[in-house]
Design a protein around this ligand. Structure first.
Ligand code: ZN
Length: 264
């Protein structure tokens, strides 16, 4: 089965792509979406981070695709976003609302640009083990604002744990809007602790169907990738649910390939 990991963080420069590709082969991973390093304040640092990720992905464009981690409140970020999506080959954008709410008026020009660019965005949703006391800004319900920007497609990472039901409610809201496309997806990357993971996946499947779910790990490069462990864990759960090959294939690669296609 083809595996695409939709959620891998680039922590620092990777000089040789072959180590990464070897680790992917060992884990049976066909393709990874690589999120550029986070930067909360500086436009120039953000640009450097994007270059770093671009350089890596350019070495293996069929297997590595970049997601640009952008902080919309940094001055000049709109131009860089356009550059990332239109000229640098990034398939989408990663955003953590960093002490701002998605629905704030001051963000409206940003969402207008995202809409114009038909951006695909991976949002951190759920509890945040970083950014000081930033979790409260990451409730999935704030993404309802994106109903006003119907060309934006977005995924909610970590099934928004502990707000998994709120995540599903947003999925239902976006589906019901018929806007005309259903704008939202769920990235099932861990975060959900073992005591709730099976139930969270079951509920998400039951409410949204496999077409809206995508597999990811939240692992980091450079580093030793343990993707196989997460594949096996999730696969065992999906087998227990009785999903067929097509449904599993959709979750493990189809959704990510559709939402974040390789732009090369
Ligand atoms: Zn992450």
């Amino acid at each position: 089965m083809r595996i695409v990991d939709c959620h891998v963080h680039m922590k620092s420069k990777v000089s040789d792509v072959s180590d990464i590709l070897r680790a992917m082969d060992k884990n049976g991973v066909a393709r990874m979406l690589v999120i550029s390093k986070r930067e909360r304040k500086s436009l120039e640092e953000t640009r450097k981070n994007l270059q770093q990720t671009k350089s890596l992905c350019d070495q293996a464009p069929d297997r590595l695709t970049g997601l640009a981690w952008l902080e919309p409140t940094i001055h000049g970020m709109k131009e860089l976003a356009r550059e990332a999506l239109c000229n640098m080959g990034f398939a989408g954008i990663k955003i953590i609302p960093d002490h701002w709410y998605v629905h704030e008026d001051r963000l409206e020009p940003w969402w207008e640009l995202m809409n114009e660019l038909e951006a695909r965005i991976l949002f951190h949703t759920g509890i945040l083990y970083a950014f000081e006391d930033g979790s409260r800004f990451c409730h999935p319900v704030y993404l309802e604002k994106l109903l006003h920007y119907p060309k934006i497609l977005f995924a909610m990472a970590h099934i928004s744990w502990p707000w998994c039901e709120e995540c599903l409610a947003v999925m239902g809201r976006m589906r019901a809007a018929k806007n005309p496309q259903w704008q939202s997806y769920i990235d099932v990357t861990p975060g959900t602790p073992p005591h709730i993971r099976k139930q969270a996946l079951f509920n998400a499947l039951d409410f949204c169907g496999p077409d809206r779910l995508m597999f990811g790990t939240d692992l980091c490069i450079p580093g030793c990738l343990s993707t196989k462990k997460q594949i096996d864990t999730d696969l065992a759960i999906f087998d227990e649910f009785g999903l067929n090959e097509a449904q599993k294939g959709r979750i493990f690669s189809g959704t990510a390939d559709e939402l974040f296609p390789s732009t090369k």
